[in-house]
Design a protein around this ligand. Sequence first.
Ligand code: COA
Length: 385
Amino acid sequence: MRNVAVAGIGQTKFGEHWDKSIRDLIVEAGNSAINDASIERNEIDSLFIGCMSSGRYTGQEHLGALAADNLRLGHIPATRFEGACASGSLALRNAYINVASGRSDVAIVLGVEKMTDVAGDEAITSLAAAGDQEWEAAIGLTFAGLYALMARKHMHDYGTTREQMALVSVNNHHNGFNNKYAQFQTKITVDDVLKSSMVADPLRLLDCSPITDGAAALVLMSADKARAVENPVWMIGTGQGSDTIALHDRASYTEIMATKVAAREALTDARIEMNNIDVLEVHDCFSINEIIALEDLGFCAKGDGGRFVENGEISLSGSIPTNTSGGLKAGGHPVGATGVRQAIDIVRQLRGDAFNKVNAQKGLTLNIGGSGATAVINVFSTEGK
Ligand code: COA
């Protein structure tokens, strides 16, 4: 397998884009990544795009061809990937495998979601389709509801407190403040979280990621092609795992097995250990999920995630800076774009142009689909393997 470089990155601002269509977002992010990579369009030989639900949100499907057409990339193979909120990371993983295997030399990876063209309740109903339609969504269980069940169980079993969950949001809003692409560039306090409106007990508004429009893109290249790229960042590993589509079928409500399976594969592929990772972008769709992610990835013991956060370990000066760009909470969560955006923020850290710089040589993204039925981990480094 060949070494794979990240040669260029680009994204739109995340937020409400009522003046732009889904194709406008794709073109803006795609062009920005192509410019950043300083390549000609005819060098790109494959396109991978992640999107969860463009049909329900905008009426537009067939995004692979639409993206290749509107980015003027000619007749290259162009494919869409769907794994709920993990769609973007799935597209990136498959592009990486194609470039590493020699099937593609230069691939463009995109992620997109345009969620605000429909009313809020319709957006939430569409998201619920990532769960079990017959046993969860049909009886009114939303994603906030599912993660509220996980939060309650975590509080019950491990003594995790409301304040500890709130600190996840406080950290991520603190980091999002300097990120010009973030949906919310506002700092918040624990008190703000605890006083925000109830969404699904115990989760409140400021525990939740928002509904967002946005797109993100990056260009992957084989090591040969990347010779001209100054100080490239390398993608060195990928892993993917699955679990039951319905939460109630799982052995545990407080761990996500798909994450553990994905982590094993990704670390083996990258030929490193988890303690080699210096910076994380994890899936904080709800504050409890960041706590569970830190435990499942092994940065703290099962049940200790709340205390780990309370001790400041995830802050910019902590032992494992996490969601240094603001995460999904402050940055926004256009679901199909999120995994690509997470990768971009790790690349920014590794090449030294992050909004909140930390000292990092290796970084990892964890992108979760549904309540944990899909997990994808991608790993990046300042050095190839
Ligand atoms: N964090 C902070 N502020 C938020 C917010 C969030 N997550 N969501 C909305 N707001 C703000 C809006 O900016 C708006 O502020 P304004 O009045 O100053 O303009 C206000 O709250 C009301 O916004 P609205 O869009 O009416 O919120 P809502 O009550 O319809 O939706 C949630 C709020 C939390 C229910 C919704 O964002 C949600 O369901 N989020 C989860 C999405 C999800 O499940 N993703 C998949 C994860 S697996």
